[in-house]
Design a protein around this ligand. Structure first.
Ligand code: C2E
Ligand code: MG
Ligand code: MG
Length: 553
C-alpha cells in the first residue's frame, strides 16, 4: 500500500459523512465506517456480493444516478433496524482513462427534510419540478470541478421570459403558473440528460451544461429560442412569448463559478436591452463568433437552394502504369461573393446544424450521376468514393438514402465506395458494424479514411466489414525522409494485405512518395503529384485519356 492509499483510507474512515464507492459497472467497491454507523448495515456484509444488505448501498447510488439531474437524490431508505430513515446522497463521477467514468463516489448524509417523500423533493421547485436555486450553485461548482479534470467547458445559459408580467396581468397568476410549467417542460426537451435546467425564481431559468466546444451552447440557445417560440395554449388562449438568454463560459470568460453566474447575468441583461428574443454572449469574441456561425448557416441553406455547391474529383491512380482507377468526390462551395470555399470551412458547421445530411445526400447523388454519365459516354469505368460524415452515417435513414440514390441514378453499386473515419465507429461498435453490413449488402465498397489518425483500435479492424484502408496523408508527407513514418506506412500496407483489403495512399505530392509506396506494395495513390481535385468536366477529360503522367520529376 503506498502513502497516498494509506492517507485516503484514514481519511475515509475518519470523516463523519458516509461514503459509498462503486466501479464503472456499479459494483460495490467500498463503503466506510460512517456508512455502517448511519445505516446500521455491517460493512463487511455489504461488500459480500449478492448479500441482500448490499442493496442499500446500491439503491442509494442507483436512485441518485437515475434522477433527472443525475447525481443527487433525497429520500427514505430502510435501515438495518427495520426503520426508514431519510438520507440525501450526492454522487460524483471519477474520470478514468477511458471514455466513461471509472468509479462513482456517493456521499450520504442523514437529513431531517421529510418533504423528500413523494414528489416534493429538497432542492426542487414545487411548481415546475425543476431543480431550484439551492441546487443551482452546487451544480455549477460540480461542473467546474468536472471540467477542470477533463478539459471541457461549462456553459451557463441564464434565461428570462420577456414580458412575463404582461401574461400574469392579462390572464391571472394561475395561467402564468401553467405557462411556467409548460416552459419548463419544453426546456427539458432542449437539453441532454447530463445538463441541468434550473428554475431560479419567477420567470428566470438557467441551464448548466458541460460542453466540448463553446459552439455547443449556441446550438442549445437556438433550440431554446425555437422551442418557446411555438405558441402556448393556456386556458384556451394562444400565448406567444419569447426568451432572452445570456451565455457565459468557464474557463473561457469566467475564472470561477461565482463569476460565471455574474457574467451570464450581465449577458442576459445585455440580451434584454438589445431587443429581447435573442441570446448574447458575455464575451465580445464569442458574440462575434456566434454571429458569423449563424451567418454561415444561413448562407449554406441559401447555397443549397441556389445550387452553389459543386463536386470536384481527385483521381486515384495505379502507380505502376499511371492508369486512373478511381476518384474521390470532394465537395466545394462556390459562393458568388467569396468564391471557392473548401469543406474544412463549412462541413463542421453543417455537421453541427444538421445541414450535412442534405449536403451529403446531394454530393452522393451528384457523384453517382456524374459517374453514370461518364460510363454512358463509354469512358473508362472507375470507382468513385464519397465522404460520409458522422452525423450522416448515424442517421436512421442513411442506408435507405444510399439505396434510393443508387436506384434513381442507375449506377452499378460496385462503382461506388463510401469513405468513413475510424472515430465514427468507436462509440457504438455493434451499431456501427450493423450499419456497415447493411451498406455492404447494397454491393458498395467501404473505406476507412484517414487511417492511423483516429482511435486505431486494431482489435476491431477485423470485425469491420470494410474493403479499403486509406493511409492518412500525415504518414505520406515525409515517408521518403523519416524512417519512423516510413515504418508506419509499411505496417499499414502490411496490415491491409493481411486483412485482404485494398490500400490507398492519400496526399502523394512528389515522385518519391509514389516510388516508396509502389516499392512497398501500395499500388493505388492519390495526391497533388497526379492531380488536385478538379471539376467534373475536367475529370471527364482525364478519363478520356485514361492515364495521368504525374508531375515532371
Ligand atoms: P479527406 O476525405 O481526407 O480528403 C482528402 C483531402 O486531402 C482533400 O481536401 C484533398 O484536396 C486533400 N489532398 C489531396 N491530395 C493532397 C496532397 O497531395 N496534399 C495535400 N496537402 N492535400 C491533399 P479537401 O477537399 O479540402 O477536403 C477536406 C476534407 O473535407 C476531406 O478530407 C473530407 O473529410 C471532408 N469532405 C470533403 N468533401 C466532403 C463531402 O462531400 N462530405 C463530407 N462529409 N466531407 C467531405
Ligand atoms: Mg476522404
Ligand atoms: Mg482522408
Amino acid at each position: 500500500m503506498n502513502d497516498q492509499q494509506a492517507i485516503l483510507d484514514a481519511l475515509l474512515e475518519s470523516i463523519r459523512d458516509a461514503v459509498v464507492v462503486v466501479d464503472g459497472e456499479r459494483s460495490l467497491v467500498r463503503v466506510n465506517k460512517a456508512f455502517e454507523v448511519l445505516t446500521g448495515h455491517c460493512t463487511r456484509a455489504l461488500l459480500d456480493r449478492g448479500d441482500a444488505q448490499a442493496d442499500v448501498a446500491h439503491e442509494l447510488i442507483n436512485r441518485a444516478m437515475a434522477t433527472s439531474d443525475g447525481g443527487r437524490w433525497n429520500g427514505a431508505i430502510r435501515c438495518a433496524d427495520g426503520n426508514d430513515q431519510h438520507f440525501e446522497i450526492t454522487v460524483s463521477a471519477v474520470n478514468g482513462p477511458g471514455a466513461f467514468p471509472s468509479h462513482y463516489i456517493g456521499v450520504v448524509r442523514p437529513t431531517d427534510d421529510k418533504t423528500a417523500l413523494g414528489d416534493v423533493r429538497f432542492g426542487y421547485d414545487t411548481l415546475t419540478g425543476l431543480p431550484n436555486r439551492d441546487i443551482f450553485q452546487d451544480r455549477v461548482e460540480q461542473s467546474i470541478l468536472l471540467v477542470n479534470r477533463s478539459g471541457a467547458s461549462v456553459a451557463l445559459l441564464m434565461m428570462g421570459l420577456d414580458r412575463f408580467t404582461l401574461v400574469n396581468d392579462a390572464l391571472g397568476h394561475a395561467a402564468g403558473d401553467r405557462l411556467l410549467v409548460e416552459v419548463a417542460r419544453r426546456l427539458r426537451h432542449c437539453i441532454r440528460e447530463t445538463d441541468t435546467a434550473v428554475r431560479l425564481e419567477g420567470d428566470k431559468f438557467a441551464l448548466v451544461m458541460v460542453i466540448a466546444d463553446v459552439d455547443d451552447s449556441v446550438i442549445v440557445a437556438e433550440k431554446v429560442l425555437t422551442a418557446v417560440k411555438v405558441p402556448f395554449a393556456i386556458d384556451g388562449q394562444e400565448v406567444v412569448i419569447t426568451f432572452s438568454i445570456g451565455i457565459a463560459a468557464y474557463p473561457l470568460d469566467s475564472a470561477s463559478g461565482l463569476q460565471l453566474v455574474k457574467n451570464a447575468e450581465n449577458a442576459l441583461h445585455h440580451a434584454k436591452v438589445s431587443g429581447r428574443n435573442q441570446y448574447q454572449f458575455f464575451s465580445r469574441d464569442m458574440n462575434q463568433k456566434a454571429k458569423s456561425r449563424l451567418e454561415l448557416e444561413t448562407r449554406m441553406r441559401r447555397a443549397l437552394v441556389n445550387d452553389e455547391f459543386a463536386v470536384y474529383y481527385q483521381p486515384k491512380v495505379r502507380a505502376g502504369d499511371d492508369l486512373i482507377v478511381g476518384a474521390e468526390a470532394l465537395v466545394r462551395w462556390i459562393d458568388p461573393e467569396r468564391g471557392l470555399i473548401g469543406p474544412g470551412e463549412f462541413i463542421p458547421v453543417a455537421e453541427e446544424t444538421g445541414l450535412i445530411e442534405q449536403i451529403g445526400t446531394w454530393v452522393l447523388r451528384r457523384s453517382c450521376e456524374h459517374n453514370k454519365a461518364w460510363q454512358n459516354d463509354g469512358l473508362l469505368p472507375v470507382k468513385v468514393s464519397v465522404n460520409v460524415s458522422a452525423r450522416q452515417f448515424r442517421a436512421r435513414t442513411f442506408v435507405d438514402t444510399v439505396s434510393d440514390v443508387l436506384e434513381c441514378t442507375g449506377l452499378d453499386p460496385r462503382w461506388l465506395e463510401l469513405e468513413i473515419t475510424e472515430s465514427m465507429l468507436m462509440s457504438d461498435i455493434e451499431a456501427a458494424v450493423r450499419k456497415m453490413n447493411a451498406v455492404r449488402a447494397l454491393g458498395i465498397g467501404l473505406s476507412i479514411d484517414d487511417f492511423g489518425t483516429g482511435y486505431s483500435s486494431l482489435s476491431y479492424l477485423g470485425r469491420f466489414p470494410i474493403t479499403t484502408l486509406k493511409i492518412d496523408r500525415a504518414f505520406i508527407a515525409d515517408v521518403d525522409t523519416n524512417p519512423k513514418t516510413a515504418e508506419i506506412a509499411r505496417a499499414i500496407i502490411g496490415l491491409s494485405r493481411g486483412l485482404n483489403l485494398e490500400v490507398v495512399a492519400e496526399g502523394c505530392e512528389v515522385v518519391e512518395h509514389v516510388r516508396f509506396l509502389q516499392e512497398h506494395g501500395c499500388d493505388t495513390v492519390q495526391g497533388f503529384y497526379y492531380s488536385r481535385p478538379v471539376p467534373a468536366e475536367d475529370f471527364g477529360r482525364m478519363l478520356k485519356g485514361r492515364v495521368l503522367s504525374g508531375k515532371a520529376v
